[in-house]
Unconditional design. Structure first.
Length: 552
């Protein structure tokens, strides 16, 4: 490989042909060191800020320390690698916010978080196709750790390569997000295999904690408590698997956890440190890659290789965690290291999914996540989550109720106006007055008196005729016409003359009771209208939170 010296602006100074000693550590100390003759050092005019770089590779960095030996024959130059330079800046939450939250294409996020803060050393070209939604960086984390953790939620890694730029132009470091490549089928190492390695160790530990009782804020019965359990496949969930003699429990006191979500996240990290594990520690040379099928000539930090111990039958696939580039007297080698329990991807029989998928057991697709923080859980656990149930209250499925017999059916209303058929049966009391009725009146009298009017003179005519035709001689009657003296009737007509106008005086009392009777009364009226004709509040007592559903 070609090692190039460039100035502080990235302009190439010389191709480094003299390579007495170069050592570059990527993934662990993230620094480099090289030795040059004093003559070459002086001729190149090297000073602090100059760059050591290898085109299209991650190997290199910025010189920030210059040391000369006592005999003055050699100069040792050292500094951070490009990866190490990313640890020198911190991702801070914006003022007034708990977390820095980002969304969009991963490359665009890298550009904003890293490239904008390093004065042109780093650059991002194009898009990655890796999308994030509302990812929350840990508080006050360095740029490298923050980006690596963010990308791991998408099974991706940070790719770092030096670009020499255009002819006679300034070089720069290209950053991009790329999927993690699993070489475990092509790259399987074992202590009795044919692939070259420096060291190969496997360790299986089964005495770890499998039940962690996590304690958050609060006191006594108000203490926040979360139980975490190791599952048979090594994942972590909230359902017990190991019980009885196989259970191994421990308490994790984390009183700083304000919420169940924060306690859950911290508890999972802690249980990973305490649980049983199978570890693979391996160092190998890049020469071992030459025997692999395909075009595998190099693997990057974060890519995956496999290891197998045929004596015990243990198989593991783990990420490359460190690369060390050695150059001595012109001879080059690359040492790859795999190990540690932090990125454990082990299984007793076969490769497993990436570590972050442990959360799949806690929150599988279709799970609902509740929080008082408006942070997409995909930024905490991975997976794809969407806001769910906005303004609605969850209700359990009831197979016997057609309205509730399947998940995610919706219904109900916040306010409701009653219809006539929905009102309960009822009556309205009508009050008022009417004419008394009864069977009979009380015993009473009505008195009266008066005089009839005077009549004019009148006569009463009459005719007397004997029935037998005989004589009426000798019958005497008053005869006003002759002074009201008695005279004898003569046969034939006769009359009495009126005595003139006269009156009659009358007086008396009515009395007694009326007959039994009734009075028929029909009463009609309209009650006075009341009410606002509005809708009533249909909500039960509630407390709000953010709800999310995992969709992938």
């Amino acid at each position: 490989m070609d090692f190039i010296i460039a100035d502080s602006e990235g302009l190439e100074v010389a191709l480094l042909k003299e390579r007495q000693y170069i050592d570059i550590d990527i993934g662990n100390t993230n620094d480099f060191e090289m030795q040059l003759s004093f003559e070459l050092y002086k001729s190149l005019g090297i000073s602090d800020g100059y760059r050591l770089c290898v085109p299209n590779e991650e190997y290199g960095g910025i010189i920030d320390k210059i040391k000369t030996s006592t005999n003055g024959q050699t100069v040792t130059l050292s500094g951070p690698t490009w990866r190490g330079l990313l640890t020198k800046k911190i991702i801070e939450p914006p003022e007034g916010q708990a977390y820095r939250i980002v969304s969009g294409d991963a490359n665009a996020i890298i550009d904003t978080v890293a490239c904008d803060t390093y004065g042109g050393i780093f650059d991002v070209d194009g898009t990655s196709g890796i999308l994030l939604q509302d990812y929350a960086f840990d508080r006050y984390v360095d740029v490298l750790a923050g980006l690596e953790k963010m990308l791991l939620t998408k099974d991706a890694r940070l790719d770092i390569r030096y670009d020499s730029g255009e002819a006679n132009g300034s070089g720069f470091v290209s950053l991009s997000a790329v999927p993690i490549h699993d070489y475990s089928e092509e790259l399987e190492y074992s202590k009795d295999g044919t692939l070259a390695f420096l060291n190969f160790e496997m360790e299986k530990y089964t005495g770890g904690i499998n039940h962690l009782i996590c304690l958050g804020k609060g006191e006594l019965t108000e203490r926040l408590v979360v139980h975490l359990y190791v599952q048979e496949d090594g994942s972590i969930g909230q359902t017990p698997f190991y019980t009885g003699k196989d259970e191994r429990a421990q308490v994790y006191d984390y009183s700083n956890a304000e919420t169940a979500d924060a306690l859950l996240e911290a508890g999972i990290d802690r249980l990973k440190e305490l649980m049983s594990y199978t570890n693979m520690d391996m160092s190998l040379y890049n020469s071992s890659l030459a025997g692999m099928r395909g075009d595998v000539t190099d693997v990057a930090i974060g890519d995956i290789v496999g290891g197998r111990d045929y004596d015990t039958g243990i198989y593991m696939s783990k990420q490359i965690t460190e690369k060390i580039i050695h150059v001595s007297n012109g001879n080059e080698s690359i040492e790859y290291k795999v190990g540690g329990n932090t990125l454990n991807r082990s299984s007793a029989t076969a490769p497993v999914q990436p570590e972050e998928n442990i959360v799949d057991k806690v929150y599988p697709v279709g799970s609902i996540y509740l929080s008082v923080n408006n942070v997409n859980p995909g930024t905490l656990f991975g997976g794809t989550w969407t806001a769910w149930g906005s303004g609605r209250v969850p209700v359990g499925v009831n197979a016997s109720d057609t309205d509730l017999n399947a998940a995610e059916k919706t219904g109900g209303e916040k306010t409701h106006k009653l219809t006539a058929t929905e009102m309960p049966s009822h009556t309205h009391t009508f009050s008022g007055s009417a004419v008394n009725t009864g069977n009979q009146s009380a015993n009473h009298t009505h008195g009266f008196s008066g005089t009839t009017g005077g009549a004019g003179a009148h006569v009463h005519n009459y005719v007397l005729t004997p029935n037998d035709g005989g004589s009426l001689t000798g019958l005497w009657v008053p005869d006003t016409s002759v002074g009201n003296k008695k005279t004898s009737f003569q046969s034939g007509s006769k009359y009495m003359q009126s005595a003139g106008a006269h009156t009659h005086t009358i007086s008396g009392n009515t009395g007694g009771q009326s007959a039994n009777h009734t009075h028929s009364v029909t009463a009609k009226g309209t009650n006075t209208s009341t009410g606002g004709n509005g809708s009533h509040n249909n909500m039960q007592p509630y407390i709000t939170c953010y709800m999310w559903k995992r969709t992938a």
